[in-house]
Design a protein around this ligand. Structure first.
Ligand code: SF4
Length: 249
């Protein structure tokens, strides 16, 4: 059984590597290669999940627009995800929206910088995700892998965990999105490594602060520079990737 599970995992990883290789050979510009790789692997993961949903009867998550309890957690992302988001906000946010984003980053960091997890949980009401706008994700199509893994079969349980601040609450969820998107993300990270690009996992707010504070950080990172190394690479406290009320993911 263990062997079968491993074989399935290897096959899915191989499939994602194949998608990434295909995307890599399609574009001549390394900058767009990388964007294309992450987008195509994300799209492939979504298709895999669609086909899984089409072949078996499974409950439907209660997640939807207007529900944002999980968007008050601390998010960890890989550099390529930050670079993609950074390019997106530069190209799509109005000057006013950009100013608002920078203000939210400053506010968030003023509440959370140097704080323990318990201290962060205590101020989670004041520290929603910097991309949350009226309970809606303002970068939804560009949201990181980790946001795609999360789902909940009980909005009520999310609300209860949020109100109580119970970091250990177990939220009923589908395991497939977690499994598939985590594998997909690991493949993208591995591809970045083979291209000698900075990898790792960084706290989103600090990483965005770093990226927006640098002149053309996306080009610097794509060119092989270390951009995020000092922006909060607190990987020692690993985020959880299964759905629970834990405040880190
Ligand atoms: S990036 Fe979007 S989906 Fe992810 S936590 Fe922030 S608002 Fe929520």
């Amino acid at each position: 059984m263990q062997d079968q599970t491993q074989a399935g995992q290897d096959a899915l990883s191989a499939y994602f590597f194949q998608i990434a290789d295909g995307a890599k050979t399609q574009a001549a510009d390394p900058f767009y290669d990388l964007f294309s790789i992450i987008r195509q692997v994300m799209a492939a993961a979504a298709l895999v999940l669609d086909s899984v949903a089409g072949t078996c009867e499974s409950p439907v998550p209660e997640c939807g627009s207007g529900c944002s309890f999980c968007c008050h957690s601390r998010i960890h992302v890989m550099p390529l995800e930050v670079v993609v988001i950074c390019s997106y906000v530069h190209n799509h946010f109005s000057p006013k929206a950009m100013q608002g984003l920078k203000t939210r980053i400053r506010t968030n960091l003023s509440y959370t910088r140097g704080c323990s997890l318990t201290q962060r949980v205590a101020v989670k009401d004041q520290t929603p995700c910097i991309f949350l706008n009226h309970h809606t994700c303002s970068i939804y199509d560009q949201r990181p892998f980790i946001c795609r893994t999360w789902n909940s079969l009980s909005r009520q349980d999310c609300e209860t965990a949020f109100i109580s601040g119970n970091q250990n609450a177990e939220i009923p969820c589908l395991s497939a999105p977690n499994y598939v998107y985590t594998l997909a993300r690991d493949v993208v990270q591995a591809v970045c490594k083979t291209m000698h690009l900075e990898t790792g996992r960084f706290e989103l707010v600090s990483a965005m602060d770093r990226c927006l504070g640098m002149k053309d950080a996306p080009s610097a990172w794509t060119g092989g520079c270390t951009v995020f190394g000092r922006s909060g690479g607190d990987e020692s406290r690993e985020k959880t990737e299964k759905n629970s009320g834990k405040e880190e993911r």
